[in-house]
Design a protein around this ligand. Structure first.
Ligand code: PMP
Length: 288
């Protein structure tokens, strides 16, 4: 059952207008959230990010934070899946031709609950081969990538490049050449026992998984630094891994043909994935 503006529809009947500005102009925002064994992982953090994205693009969400919280829980409940993926989309709504958001009188809110596509388990041991894409990420002082918007074209362009090269993921730099993130995941490297990840100001989506990993690492006494780094640092890292709602913590073992570490999951990524899994067993909102 799919939630659209307060009503529930079967998949076949869940439709929105072609005049919706989310479709016409990419004028909208979204969240991807995971449910583990009837616990919605960090729902509160996802909703905070959604409402911040909305505020940034001056999009009025017609539901209060608490109403949205309830709508998400109710939609998961109705679908009866203990472990699944939630796609929450809020768009400017039905308007006419012309980019002016004032034409859109009613914001569209959609909540989809579905099975999750995840990497095969062996990849968490063998790791991913990736490349740096020619497609760049927007800097934070331009259209901020911290808005989780319906504009994913630069990420899609990077993905197309990676498909052509037979790479699992692409690492995106910003216009100054600093490492930002992967196409749908954040990036971390390990150097001399310290964990490094780019700062928000480089231009990246502030991932909920990223923030969870930073917290878990700090709690475990690991030094975490949010600092700028380049391809040089990637190639010479002791370990590299990506984080995201779907991928959790997935090791990277080759970047542009340079082998990273032992060409398999390193001790830091293993340890953090384990800690992350423990976290998903209790850190969330109960569905039932
Ligand atoms: N960066 C981008 C561009 C993404 O699309 C995602 C996935 N939402 C992430 C990072 C990871 O964010 P999260 O951990 O919140 O899933």
């Amino acid at each position: 059952m799919i939630y659209i503006n307060g009503e529930y529809f079967e998949k076949e009947n869940a439709k929105i207008s072609v005049f919706d500005h989310g479709f016409l102009y990419g004028d909208g925002i979204f969240e991807g959230i995971r449910v583990y064994n009837n616990l919605i992982f960090r729902l509160n953090d996802h909703l905070l990010r959604l409402y911040e994205s909305a505020k940034t693009i001056a999009l009025e969400i017609p539901l209060s934070f608490e109403e949205m919280n309830q709508a998400v829980i109710e939609t998961v409940r109705k679908n009866g899946l203990a472990s699944c993926y939630i796609r929450l989309v809020v768009s400017r709504g039905y308007g006419d031709m012309g980019v002016d958001p004032r034409k859109c009188k009613k914001t569209t809110v959609v909540i989809i609950v579905t099975q999750i596509n995840i990497y095969p388990p062996e990849l968490y041991e063998t790791g991913l081969s990736v490349a740096i894409s020619a497609a760049r990420r927007m800097r934070d002082d331009m259209l901020s990538p911290r808005i989780k918007s319906l504009n994913y074209l630069s990420n899609v362009m990077a993905k197309i490049e990676m498909n052509r090269q037979g790479m699992a993921e692409g690492i995106m730099l910003n216009s100054s050449g600093y490492v930002t993130e992967a196409t749908v995941a954040n990036i971390f490297i390990v150097k001399k026992g310290e964990l490094l990840t780019p700062p928000k100001s480089v231009g990246l989506l502030e991932g909920i998984t990223r923030n969870t990993i930073i917290e878990l690492a700090k709690d475990a006494g690991i030094t975490v630094k949010e600092e700028l780094f380049t391809a040089f640092d990637l190639y010479n890292a002791d370990e590299c891994f990506l984080t995201g709602t779907a991928s959790e913590v997935v090791p990277v073992v080759s970047i542009d043909g340079r082998i990273i570490g032992e060409k398999k999951a390193g001790p830091m990524s293993r340890r953090l994935l384990e800690l992350f899994h423990v976290r998903t067993t209790w850190d969330g909102t109960k569905v039932i």
